[in-house]
Design a protein around this ligand. Structure first.
Ligand SMILES: [Zn+2]
Length: 369
């Protein structure tokens, strides 16, 4: 291998609308290293698929002998404008699942996900990008962050497994994550409580597959799990709103005031997918408050008192039901909520996600009570 040479990865996009493809592709290319990642697009098959059915045809495309499998496949969920092809979402999905390739699905309109019942529908074998996250530019940024995240995991696993036996791939997720970021010791037990679930079956070794295949599958499963479980459900990690709620301070101020944010910088999550959004280790937030607690404090200092001592005055977080104080995060409405005004139905919330709840009223509406 020549010096400076890195393996080039294909990123494969299935998008049937040419103008949408252009709108996604060009901002995406500006956010990734195009020497390392090459975007390829499917523009229909011009009737070349006579010998295959659609799923088989997609498999042929993805399993390119010379180039290897794509690092990631990006799919427009509403593939219905291809004039020259009958390839549809289910074909792409089946092919990706078969090979253990990460599949990222985006929706141009609210479509089926406008129905709140399906918003949290259990589907841990894809990564969903919703249009409410804002336009093609945002979509491209998110795709770029996902590409880098999967690349990071894959590269790490490849190095880690160079000398190891394939069985080591079956270690619980906390074992891998602690190699990818500075995991607080007290977070470890909770990490393994997040459902590792059905997607684990994806990573099972298949007959006639080698170590490289097993690593690809494991990287995909780990990535799905990190994005769809660990980052999605506040508990071990918290997103911006959940962090403000947990710290008990105004969401807007926490998200815009760099004086405040800098006090909690040491708690930042910097592992794979940290570019998808801002996340903090909850245990490290606790730690920062503990370190700043003095003998005058009654128990651990509150964030508001701590910041006040630093000369920063900040308002209390508001529960979605409009009173001071919250602590938790509603996964349906993405807002701070208090314990009293929320519920925690087991089927909806992974066991480790101790800060994730559902606003009681939204939950009742959903259930039709
Ligand atoms: Zn409340």
């Amino acid at each position: 291998m020549t010096e400076g040479h890195t393996m080039e990865h294909r990123i494969y996009i299935f998008e049937d609308n040419e103008s949408n493809l252009k709108d996604l592709k060009s901002p995406l290319e500006s956010h990734i290293d195009t020497e390392r990642f090459r975007i390829e697009e499917f523009l229909g098959d011009d009737g070349n698929q006579s010998e295959f059915d659609d799923t088989e045809y997609v498999k042929e495309l993805l399993a390119d002998e010379d180039e290897g499998y794509p690092l990631l496949v990006i799919l427009d969920a509403e593939l219905n404008e291809y004039q020259s092809s009958t390839v549809r979402r289910a074909d792409v999905r089946e092919a990706c699942s078969e090979f253990g390739i990460p599949l990222c699905v985006y929706h141009r309109d609210d479509g089926e996900y406008a129905d709140p019942d399906s918003v949290k529908e259990s589907d841990d074998q894809i990564i969903r990008l919703l249009p409410r996250n804002g336009g093609h530019e945002q979509m491209a940024l998110k795709c770029a962050a996902l590409i880098k995240g999967f690349d990071k995991i894959r590269t790490h696993l490849t190095e880690r497994m160079a000398e190891a036996s394939p069985e080591e791939l079956f270690e619980p997720p906390s074992e891998f994550i602690k190699e990818l970021d500075n995991v607080p010791i007290s977070s470890k037990p909770d990490i393994d409580k997040y459902s590792w679930g059905q997607s684990e079956s994806l990573s099972l070794l298949k007959e006639n597959e080698g170590k490289e295949d097993a690593i690809r599958r494991k990287a995909t499963v780990l990535g799905y799990w990190m994005v769809n479980q660990l980052l999605e459900y506040p508990g071990v990690l918290v997103n911006e709103i959940a962090a403000a709620s947990y710290l008990g301070i105004d969401v807007e101020e926490f998200s815009t005031n760099n004086e405040i944010r800098s006090r909690f910088e040491d708690a930042r999550y910097k592992g794979p997918f940290s570019e998808v959004g801002d996340y903090w280790w909850t245990a490290e937030l606790d730690n920062i408050l503990a370190m700043n607690t003095t003998v005058e404090d009654d128990g651990t200092v509150t964030t508001i008192d701590f910041l006040s001592r630093e000369g920063i005055e900040v308002d209390s977080v508001m529960c979605v039901e409009e009173h001071e104080g919250a602590g938790y995060y509603c996964i349906l409405e993405n807002v701070p909520v208090c314990e009293e005004h929320s519920v925690s139905p087991e089927a909806w919330i992974p066991a480790g996600a101790s800060l994730s709840r559902l606003r009681e009223e939204a939950w009742m509406k959903l259930k039709g009570w």
